[in-house]
Design a protein around this ligand. Sequence first.
Ligand SMILES: [Zn+2]
Length: 214
Amino acid sequence: MIYDIHTHHHPEEAGTAIVQLTPNDFAPRPGHYYSVGLHPWDITGNWEVQLGKLAVMALHPQVVMIGETGIDKKNGSASIALQTEVLHEQVRLSELVHKPLIIHCVKAIDELLAIRKETKATLPWVLHGFRGGTKQYEQLKRAGIYVSVGEHYNEEFVKEVPLTDILLESDESYGIDTIYELVNNDMAMDETDLRQRVWLNIRHILGWEPTPPF
Ligand SMILES: [Zn+2]
């Protein structure tokens, strides 16, 4: 059961999280699931080589999502034009290998929505580390973009989000259990039910209905 959609650490129990790796550090361990991609912070001179490597890794059965990729107007070192180009490449790859995208987006929601429209992407995208409110979530959802919440989330949002759309992540923060405790309190739900819900939602996004295909 995967109940952490985005983390940079291998979970204690294999198969409970989607572990984020870059093309350079991809070394799959037995039983774990991964997302692999080129983060907007990691775009350097050899980005084309990185994307070439990524195209091969994307086919690996333990890689279940492409990314994180996206646009970061605050912390990205590459130009917005280059970040956009690298995102476009990963959108194409995601559609080609039929694996959804995990998105990192800082101060660029309008650009993200425009790219979603422009690329006519058919697979779901998941914007991780979502701190916005219900209005922004609704706008994203209409475009085919899910959102996942972690350490810094908007309380109003988790109180209002439909159970079919709730996704949780630990990212770089303290453990996923603490995130569940916090969100659980705000949603006034049973913790086991919430984990089951998130797993169901992740399965839906990955197209694993009703169970993993391998
Ligand atoms: Zn991350």
